[in-house]
Design a protein around this ligand. Structure first.
Ligand code: ASP
Ligand code: MG
Length: 411
């Protein structure tokens, strides 16, 4: 029988009523003839609560115990969902990550999926099970311990199952009804997209759109899993939500698909570092060792053999980055005049595969920002996106102005 993967996020399983509503959706697909793999998150707020308990108990926790604790929320919802389905006379069984098993690396708290053997689930499907309810977010390390896939990891669990079982589609049920041209809370003109390409979704997800975990989109792109994002709160048709798919499946699209933002950015500049081979490698090697996620990087022109190096990073990593770079200076690993940080910036990006073939998008973006009197601090581009770092207080304004200028409210 054809397989469908349905993933329900935390708000969609927040209480028994919602679990019942989700189970009904599953029942509809079973009635259509699908064998369904349901992936569930923990009830909303539950994982945060568990993380809080860990932090309170042991600030420098053992990551193996962190995983043992924070993975438990999903076990509850998997069991409850299976019971609810059984109450509706749908043959269902819950599966924890280790029972499948979902095999991962041993990088606790951010493990990567290695393999999902299909024989255990398939054997049960063969015996009449119609729904396998799998606890999302969790797996099994080579050492036989429970791992987790990083926050938001159930999305990745869902896509990985869809790939492993050759599912017809992977439906991600959430509290929004799809992917929008920008955050509707910022621009009331934001429009739901019927389709978006994997590449655009990947950029939007990594640029701050929270609807899908970035890794899940990466995986869907690699394995060509048809991914659909839709609301669990509305009645659904087969065309509901947003389909994330291959670019070839999208006939006509706007040059710019969406405007993304990330509020909590910081900018850091090392003034007067030597301009010679190896310097960037020293600086960013040091930051990477300190676990800092650097995003934009700009090196200035050099004068008298010295240059400035600027990068952006999440605000909550500034302290760690500073400490690492100051230590590097003390140890004699790197010489610089000053380390300047600016915590009050935000990143705004426009994304669209149309940019590959159409010129002038950057010029238009900069004109819009200039007309609004917004100063640009750092610019980076890729083939399908342009990002700028600006003062945080102008972020909403910039998003709205760009959404208007590129007429994203129009399909
Ligand atoms: N429950 C986990 C989290 O809150 C995983 C997920 O829901 O995707 O991050
Ligand atoms: Mg999520």
């Amino acid at each position: 029988m054809p397989v469908l993967v349905m993933k329900f996020g935390g708000t969609s399983v927040a209480n028994l009523d919602r679990i019942r509503r989700a189970a009904k959706r599953v029942g509809v697909e079973v009635a259509k003839g699908y064998d369904v793999i349901v992936i569930v998150s923990a009830m909303s707020g539950e994982t945060n609560k568990l993380v809080g308990l860990v932090d309170e108990t042991s600030p420098l926790y053992d990551a193996r115990e962190y995983d043992a604790i924070v993975s438990s929320g999903e076990n509850v919802t998997a069991g409850l969902m299976a019971l609810t389905l059984q109450e509706m006379d749908v043959p269902a069984r819950s599966w924890q990550g280790w029972q499948v098993p979902l095999l991962t690396t041993s990088a606790h708290s951010q493990a990567r999926i290695e393999e999902i053997p299909t024989h255990n689930l398939n054997a049960k499907f063969g015996e009449g099970m119609r729904v396998a309810v799998v606890a999302g977010f969790q797996g099994l390390s080579p050492e036989g311990r429970i791992t987790t896939l990083g926050r938001g990891g159930s999305d990745t669990t869902a896509v990985a199952f869809a790939a492993a079982f050759g599912a017809e589609r992977c439906d991600i049920y959430t509290d929004v009804d799809g992917v929008y041209t920008t955050d509707p809370r910022i621009s009331p003109k934001a429009r739901k997209l019927d389709k978006i390409s994997f590449e655009e979704m990947l950029e939007l997800a990594s640029l701050g759109a929270k609807v899908l975990q970035t890794r899940s989109v990466e995986l869907a792109m690699r394995f060509k899993v048809k991914l659909r994002v839709l609301s669990s709160f509305e009645e659904q048709s087969d065309e509901a939500g947003t389909l994330v798919c291959d670019e070839e499946e999208i006939m006509e699209s706007n040059v710019v698909a969406g405007v993304a933002y990330s509020r909590d950015e910081a900018k850091m500049t090392l003034l007067s570092v030597a301009d010679r081979p190896g310097i960037a490698s020293i600086i960013f090697g040091c930051l990477s060792d300190a676990g800092v996620n650097v995003d934009m990087i700009v090196q200035n022109i050099s004068e008298d053999g010295r240059t400035d190096m600027t990068c952006s990073l999440p605000t909550d990593q500034v302290a760690r980055a500073k400490q690492a770079l100051e230590q590097l200076k003390t140890d004699g690993g790197l010489n610089y005049a000053e380390l300047v940080t600016d915590d009050d910036v935000a990143k705004v990006s426009v994304v669209g595969i149309g940019m590959r073939s159409q010129s002038g998008v950057a010029a238009k973006m900069f004109k819009v920002l200039s007309d609004e009197g917004v100063n640009i601090k750092v610019i980076t581009t890729s083939e399908i996106k342009i990002s700028v770092l600006i003062d945080r207080k102008y972020m909403e304004l910039a998003v709205q102005a760009l959404h208007d200028a590129f007429e994203l409210e129009k399909a």
